[in-house]
Design a protein around this ligand. Structure first.
Ligand SMILES: [Zn+2]
Length: 115
């Protein structure tokens, strides 16, 4: 019966809330490695490197500027007063790939738990 299930679930949630209040549950980061806060869910994106599906707020966003003109030529053109457009490329990486590429680093516990 659905009502019984609801009642059971409510009791379970109550227990979990009680545990959270009284005990210290292990938690690596304040944000749980995400930036969504109290928001329920966020959209899913694919890692630019491995194609893994990652929540948008968990993925690491890397914006790089692509220069179409050589740096020496660009300097000359800029001196002459030209505007050089440089398109930006946005890439999203999953945590594994961002650790691999050095976008994020594994930090010691003492460095991490400052909250
Ligand atoms: Zn990846």
């Amino acid at each position: 019966m659905p009502t019984c299930f609801k009642k059971k679930r409510a009791i379970d949630l109550k227990r979990v809330r009680e545990a959270r209040r009284t005990e210290t549950l292990s938690k690596k980061r304040k944000s749980r490695g995400r930036s969504k806060g109290g928001k329920g869910s966020s959209s899913i994106i694919h890692c630019s490197n491995c194609g893994a599906t990652v929540p948008r707020d968990k993925a690491k966003k890397v914006t790089t500027r692509l220069s179409l003109v050589e740096p020496t030529l660009a300097r000359e053109l800029r001196a002459a007063g030209a505007y050089i457009a440089s398109p930006t490329t946005v890439r999203y990486y999953c945590i594994s790939c961002s650790v691999h590429y050095g976008i994020v680093k594994v930090r010691a516990r003492s460095e991490r738990r400052n909250w």
